[in-house]
Design a protein around this ligand. Structure first.
Ligand code: FES
Length: 266
């Protein structure tokens, strides 16, 4: 394998790469991180249990919103839109296409998994194993252009996770209560919002196609704030992925009785 492009006028380099640093480390860590998350997600999606702790009103993010008649009593805050379709069609599967669609078509994750899973290319100035490059112009990758529409679905999902965080301020004796689970769900909602609002599509929606910022001071202000978040989009992608997994795991452990929620108040 050589690094030559075969293009007339381009240098032909015999080595696959001339880089001597640990260029393989970021794609390796990305591969490990995303694979771990996918395995956890699949296990949780089909576990179909331990997602609702009625005592504290904790709902695991992977099961939110819980829209199926198969949902545990009290877990469906927005109604039960779908019938119980058996153990293979669990409640998360009704929401998963939107959540996954948003993450999978995200500009940052595209870069991340193209590098880590397709090695296309694995890093800058490292030759890829593929002979042809077709970009995102044909099926299935042309579907990446749906990202802006998945962004619209991400807004209600972030709102629902915020609602879940608010109702998690529920005490075991009724009234208001605060536990470690409450704080974890609040932090998760904040990070999900930060990731969603830092989206490139959101930035374009708010401030794109404007000819004169001076005539749209509110949109300009919003655009500058979103631009600051957008500069941290990669970090927010990882932090929010980690927080949603951690929040889900914490609620699962509490709901299953494996651990006891650390209560600060009621
Ligand atoms: S670009 Fe990453 S969520 Fe839109």
């Amino acid at each position: 394998m050589t690094a030559t492009t075969g293009t007339h006028g381009r240098a032909e380099v015999a080595e696959r790469t001339l880089r001597t640093d640990r260029w393989w480390l970021p794609p390796l860590l990305t591969f490990a991180g995303l694979t771990t998350f996918v395995i956890y997600g699949v296990v949780r999606a089909f576990m179909n249990d331990n997602y609702w702790k009625a005592e504290y009103h904790y709902l695991a993010p992977f099961y939110s919103p819980c829209l199926s008649e198969a949902c545990q009593p009290g877990a469906s805050h927005f109604g039960q839109w779908f019938p119980d379709l058996g153990p293979l069609i669990t409640p998360p599967l009704f929401v998963l296409p939107f959540v996954l669609g948003f993450r999978l078509t995200c500009y940052y994750y595209r870069k991340a998994y193209y590098r880590a899973f397709w090695l296309s290319p694995p890093a800058c100035a490292v030759a890829e194993p593929h002979k042809r490059y077709t970009g995102e112009t044909r099926f299935p990758l042309v579907a990446q252009n749906l990202h802006r529409y998945f962004f619209y679905s991400a807004i209600p999902i972030a709102s629902i996770l915020t609602y879940d965080a608010v109702i998690a301020f529920h005490g075991k004796d009724g009234g208001i209560g605060v536990g470690l689970g409450t704080l974890i769900l609040v932090v998760n909602a904040v990070l999900i919002w930060a990731y969603t609002l830092s989206c490139h599509s959101c930035r374009h929606l708010v401030g794109g196609r404007l000819k004169h910022f001076s005539r749209h001071p509110v949109r300009y202000w919003m655009w500058t704030q979103i631009s600051k978040l957008n500069a941290r989009h990669m970090q927010l992608a990882w932090f929010s992925l980690f927080s949603v997994g951690l929040a889900d795991l914490y609620v699962a452990l509490v709901a299953s009785g494996t651990i006891t929620d650390l209560r600060f108040f009621n």
